[in-house]
Design a protein around this ligand. Structure first.
Ligand code: COA
Length: 333
């Protein structure tokens, strides 16, 4: 399928929020059998932020990130038409987006959650662009936010070393020019591997005596690290190449490679497969670990704050994760 944006949709502002508590690899080594050397050499992670303040949730981080994005461009929240919250760790299974809508004062916005794990922000941005493309909405707030520390088994060394908590937000706006906007996207899912990375729901209580209905609860994150690694390194370059080819572009046109911050080795392997120079990789993994749906908007916000990304730069954004789901967006900044 050939997909091209017909009307312009561009990111006009970003914001992010991280919890105050830093947790080093050394600290993790005090709770499971591992070491700073093992974690850093296998993942590139040095430390992560964890949301430890009592009563704080994904909603609070999302509100902070959203307010920063709005404040940066002095935009009133009532100008937002839609809020999409990409998260897999809501504090309400019915959705957390509506609380954010209320707290930031986006009184004119529809708000809903989107669950797509580490691909959530990419899929959220593409979803938002469709509303802009068909003329329904003009200003859309897309938030990627996760507090996976609540769902990590802190005695499982194969997963607890990886994840951190954060939120990132981007405001997508319709624009007349197609030049400095989202140029193309590609999204995929292979549900056959859904059990390779999941937070499964399990029934565990005795069935209700009258209704014969079982109930249960969600478990901790379960992951087949090797399979997820192989999937990311094989599928993400193909997705990026497809997206570039559809635009008659090549890897030589790419200025910045902004991948989901899962593992430094994945970032490097994808760049090498594409023959994209290492200094074009945007990475903040060492400071935050894998923050799931937040990782791309957080890294994007930091890259913009440090003036890395400049006008007209071609930015390739790719997310991947549980589902298994993956996708690419190409933006001319
Ligand atoms: N510290 C020390 N040893 C550890 C360890 C840890 N934290 N975790 C696992 N090990 C051990 C294993 O028990 C195994 O020991 P054994 O050889 O005696 O059996 C050995 O290290 C190798 O384990 P393995 O799972 O093969 O390691 P790996 O090289 O595949 O690295 C990951 C593990 C998780 C870092 C890697 O698979 C990975 O990054 N996968 C992608 C995960 C990911 O990005 N998920 C999110 C996607 S959105």
């Amino acid at each position: 399928m050939k997909v091209r944006m017909i009307q312009g949709a561009k990111i006009i502002s970003t914001g992010s929020a991280i919890p105050h508590t830093k947790v080093s690899n050394k600290k993790i080594s005090s709770i499971v059998e591992t070491s700073d050397e093992w974690i850093f050499s296998r993942t590139g992670i040095k430390e992560r932020r964890l949301l430890t303040e009592p009563g704080q949730s994904v909603t609070d981080l999302s509100i902070r990130a959203s307010k920063e994005a709005l404040d940066k461009i002095s935009m009133d929240a009532d100008q937002i038409d839609l809020i999409i919250l990409a998260t897999s760790s809501p504090n309400d299974l019915f959705g957390s987006a509506s609380r954010i809508q209320y707290e930031i004062g986006a009184v004119n916005a529809l708000a809903f959650d989107l669950t797509a794990a580490c691909s959530g922000f990419v899929i959220g941005l593409v979803t938002a662009s469709q509303f802009i493309f068909n003329g329904t909405y003009s200003n859309i707030l897309v938030i990627g936010s996760d507090v996976l520390s609540k769902w990590v088994n802190w005695s499982d060394r194969s997963t607890c070393i990886l994840f951190g908590d954060a939120a990132g937000a981007a405001i997508l706006q319709s624009c007349d020019s197609h030049l400095n906007s989202m140029l193309n996207f590609h999204l995929s899912t292979d549900g056959n591997y859904s059990n390779q990375l999941s937070i499964p729901y399990r029934e565990k209580y005795e069935p209700h005596p009258v209704l014969n209905l079982s109930q249960g609860s969600f478990q901790f994150i379960s992951m087949n690290g090797k399979e997820v690694y192989k999937f990311a390194v094989s599928q993400v370059p193909l997705s990026i190449l497809k997206c570039l080819r559809d635009l008659d572009m090549s890897v030589n046109d790419v200025d910045w490679l902004l991948l989901h911050q899962a593992n430094d080795r994945i970032l490097t392997a994808v760049a090498e497969k594409l023959s994209i120079s290492h200094n074009k990789i945007i990475s903040n993994l060492s400071n935050y670990g894998n923050t799931s749906a937040a990782s791309i908007p957080l890294a994007l916000d930091e890259a913009l704050k440090s003036n890395k990304i400049l006008t007209n730069d071609i930015v390739v954004i790719a997310g991947f994760g549980a589902g298994l789901t993956w996708g690419t967006i190409i933006i001319r900044w």
